[in-house]
Write a protein that binds this ligand. Structure first.
Ligand code: FAD
Length: 314
């Protein structure tokens, strides 16, 4: 029987509920005996209380330590590796946080990580995408070792919030490295919804033309209550910061509505929106590949179409 330990992602005292709840869904697909969540923070109480509400969680292990004030993989990993004894699986979300942390955990446990789990076929068999999502492979982990995996959050629904798990304070006595320390966090400030978990996303591409022109994307997104994304070409051209990049080397997202504006639809971009609900494409080139996957296609100049749509939205 499987016992799963899930690493909770959080920032500024707030649990990343979608990432954690989707990781719980992947764990539930194992039909495990229990699912525990570990919260490592300097002040974990509120985060642990939020994790305890996720359906399917049996127990939340709360590890309070001033060293856990910032999510430094090299500091968190030894603590997780110690607590992981007795668990058959250790899962984290396939977000920037999880992609940074889980390989360190796997290395300390002496196992190879399973990445980007999109389906569970058995306790040691998983499906994951390769070649920018163009092929799906079956990965089989050794049955006699713990499985350390990142979960492709876009592939899983979030577990509900009706849970009532117990919270237990855990003391972890392990030497923590000092070679990696927190210097500062550089992040764009935005009041808009978070790109990775938003229900609606409006993305702009090279066709938008400049940083100034991107205002039209922000305005339209605000009208829809949407997050803003971008193609790599738009990021590389300096129109927007790279945390907005959607795609193979950016964020993998699964909004209900995705509006691609002035984006051609390169395979590396499409891999980021594979699980999106309705895809709307606005492009002046009727032969652009984005129209092959779009549910709704509008052929025309974005600088004409977006203001018209905005007006229609009232
Ligand atoms: P373009 O391909 O230049 O398309 C611009 C589009 O805008 C065109 O279709 C044009 O018709 C349209 N347009 C122009 N003006 C207007 C107008 N006024 N009105 C309407 N439409 C207009 N790309 C990503 O996006 N994300 C990734 O994560 C990513 N990872 C990559 C990883 C690797 C290893 C490699 C090799 C590439 C990666 N790329 C990624 C780059 C990708 O291959 C494409 O180059 C990129 O997605 C193109 O961006 P774009 O569609 O904005 O630009």
């Amino acid at each position: 029987m499987s016992n799963v330990l899930i690493v909770a992602e959080h920032l500024n005292g707030q649990l990343n509920v979608p990432a954690t709840a989707k990781t719980v869904s992947a764990a539930r697909a194992l039909s495990p005996q229990k699912i525990d969540v570990i919260v490592l923070a300097d002040a974990p109480d509120a985060i642990a209380a939020a994790a305890a509400k996720i359906d399917g969680v049996n127990e939340v292990l709360s590890v309070a330590n001033p060293a856990n004030a910032h999510p430094i993989a090299q500091v968190l990993a030894p603590q997780i590796a110690q607590v992981a004894t007795g668990y058959s699986h250790v899962f984290g979300p396939s977000t920037t946080f999880g992609k940074d942390l889980m390989p360190c955990v796997a290395a300390l446990l002496g196992v190879a990580q399973v990445s980007d789990v999109m389906a569970v076929d058995g306790p040691h068999s998983f499906k994951r995408p390769i070649y920018a999502g163009n092929a799906i492979i079956e990965v089989t982990a050794p049955a006699d070792q713990a499985v350390v995996a990142t979960v492709r959050v876009a592939s899983w629904p979030a577990a509900g919030e009706g849970g009532n798990a117990s919270v237990r304070a855990v003391n972890v006595d392990v030497a923590l490295p000092t070679h990696t320390r927190f210097v500062g966090l550089a992040a764009g400030k935005s009041d808009r919804p978070d790109l990775q978990s938003a229900a609606r996303v409006v993305s702009g591409g090279r066709g938008v033309g400049s940083e100034e022109n991107f205002r039209i994307i922000y305005d339209f997104a605000d009208k829809l209550g949407a997050a803003v994304g971008a193609s790599r070409a738009a990021v590389d051209a300096g129109y927007v910061p790279n945390e907005l990049q959607v795609g193979q080397t950016g964020k993998i997202i699964a909004p209900e509505l995705y509006v691609a504006v002035g984006i051609s639809g390169a395979i590396q971009h499409l891999t980021g929106i594979k699980d999106a609900g309705t895809i709307v494409a606005i492009n002046k080139d009727g032969d652009a590949p984005i129209f092959e996957i779009a549910d709704i296609g509008l052929v025309g100049d974005l600088f004409t179409i977006l203001p018209e749509l905005e007006k229609a939205l009232g």
